[in-house]
Design a protein around this ligand. Structure first.
Ligand SMILES: Cc1cc2nc3c(=O)[nH]c(=O)nc-3n(C[C@H](O)[C@H](O)[C@H](O)COP(=O)(O)OP(=O)(O)OC[C@H]3O[C@@H](n4cnc5c(N)ncnc54)[C@H](O)[C@@H]3O)c2cc1C
Ligand code: SF4
Ligand code: SF4
Ligand code: SF4
Length: 409
């Protein structure tokens, strides 16, 4: 019988792991390529050519898309809590609801594994663990055996919330192969993921500069408003605990993430970068909310200094869950067109920039230290705008942003 081939080009595999989860012979492992992006590899000795993995691969087609039924701008009412979530805390509010129903919640945690920060899908059953899943980790998460565990809980009759990127939601659904009434899916709007290895190498490079061991990296710290500011916790060699805040645009990995330079190959042709969605509820940042909803924002208790989410309700189940959580949210109705105005991912995939080849070539040849040395060339004079932006009072920041966007044009 012919050898099973899961994909021909890297643009056809998102690394969701559905094939690995479904293989009854444990013949598939997810392995890193030369840049650290993971792909499934079949062990021909173990493979019995049953074809289940091919059937479970629905990344490119076979996925059901839903037309958005309702769109909202929303944020958690609790002012302390809104400060720790990625944007407005839509996921957090839904997670609390499902946990209160004795359910199980899956999401991405940044765990310390063998001294390395590692993003991966975990499940929690207690609200005290919810902090692990809060906040965006801008790295591809390892789904591991999460899909298998979801199925086990579903068959036990538990309510399950699974959150992840749209391609991970598709992977889960393809693995399950049928609808479950007790499953609620929540996708984050996604513009692409870098590899875990590159993130970990960036951390090591940063540790050398800081002279300490980093044990926490929070991509979205809100102490200076909603934006792309990272908070880093580390321990110096003398045991002293330190905290460092960095503007995401001034640090290499975060900048290259924001500028679409280091995503997986397939992200540049992502089939999910569209207004129709694959999950029950979609959560994202409501960028430019004042531009499209000035009156509503001025009347509401929400503020984009703390974080405002867009929430898209895509199925009957999504609408039902909104009924259950709406008391805990500040919100007003919007439309998918208004949300998409400043959120390109609801219209088209990220552009594949030519700098990607240079960065990956340097990374492969010289490691992340080489990338770090090359970074000043990538950021160029824009660096001074970001420095200025940080020094400027808040009102002026908006003006500087406008200048930057004019320069980019
Ligand atoms: C890689 C990535 C790219 C994104 N790109 C965009 C974008 O272009 N436009 C936009 O509007 N929003 C984007 N987001 C979503 C945004 O950053 C917030 O995650 C989203 O608004 C949810 O906010 P929240 O306050 O409800 O989340 P919280 O309540 O803080 O919960 C965080 C949620 O994010 C999930 N999550 C965290 N890290 C990952 C990860 N690596 N992979 C999968 N899921 C993860 C958690 O499981 C949880 O569901 C992106 C998120 C990620 C992870
Ligand atoms: S199921 Fe997912 S990981 Fe496996 S080949 Fe398809 S896209 Fe890649
Ligand atoms: S064909 Fe069957 S046994 Fe072989 S890798 Fe795929 S799922 Fe596993
Ligand atoms: S951009 Fe698309 S393919 Fe890439 S991680 Fe996000 S949802 Fe998956």
């Amino acid at each position: 019988m012919e050898r099973i081939e899961l994909f021909q080009n890297k643009s056809d595999c998102c690394g969701c792991g559905a094939c690995m989860n479904i293989c009854p012979k444990g013949a598939i492992t997810m392995q890193e390529d030369e840049f650290g992006y993971v792909y499934p590899v079949i062990d021909d000795e173990k493979c019995v050519k049953c074809g289940l993995c091919k059937k479970a691969c629905q990344y490119k087609d076979g996925t059901e898309f839903y037309k958005v039924r309702k769109a909202y701008a929303a944020a958690i009412k609790n002012s302390k809590e809104v400060m720790v979530v990625a944007s407005g805390g839509i996921f957090t509010t839904l997670a609390k609801q499902v946990l209160s129903e004795n359910g199980v919640v899956f999401g991405v945690s940044m765990d310390n594994i063998e001294g390395q920060l590692t993003p991966r899908h975990i499940d929690i059953q207690d609200e005290k663990d919810l902090y692990k899943l809060q906040g965006s980790k801008y790295v591809q998460s390892n789904t591991g055996n999460a899909y298998k565990k979801v199925k086990e809980y579903l068959l036990e009759g538990r309510n399950v919330l699974f959150s992840g990127t749209p391609c991970q939601i598709t992977g889960l659904k393809a693995y399950l192969g049928k609808e479950y009434q007790n499953l609620l899916t929540v996708d984050v709007i996604c513009h692409g993921v870098p590899s875990t290895r590159m993130f970990q190498d960036y951390i090591k490079s940063l540790e050398k500069k800081l002279g300490g061991k980093i044990y926490s990296y929070k991509f979205r710290d809100k102490s200076r408003g909603q934006g792309m500011n990272a908070q880093i916790l580390y321990k110096k060699q003398n045991g002293e605990e330190k905290v460092k805040y960095i503007d995401g645009y001034l640090t290499s990995y975060f900048y290259m993430f924001l500028k679409s330079i280091i995503y997986r190959e397939n992200c540049y042709s992502c089939p999910y970068a569209r207004a129709e969605r694959v999950s029950d509820i979609t959560a994202g940042d409501f960028w430019g909310v004042y531009q499209v909803h000035a009156d509503e924002m001025n009347k509401s208790n929400m503020s984009n200094l703390k974080g405002v989410s867009c929430m898209l309700l895509n199925t009957e189940k999504g609408l039902q869950y909104f009924e259950k959580i709406q008391n805990r949210l500040d919100y007003f109705e919007s439309s998918v067109e208004k949300v998409a105005k400043n959120n390109k991912q609801l219209r088209e995939p990220s552009e594949r920039v030519s700098e990607r080849e240079n960065v990956l070539r340097i990374y492969q040849g010289q490691g992340y230290d080489g990338v770090e040395q090359y970074f000043p060339k990538i950021i160029g004079n824009k660096k001074y705008f970001y420095i200025l932006k940080n020094l400027a009072p808040k009102g002026l920041k908006r003006r500087i942003k406008q200048v930057i966007s004019m320069i980019k044009k």
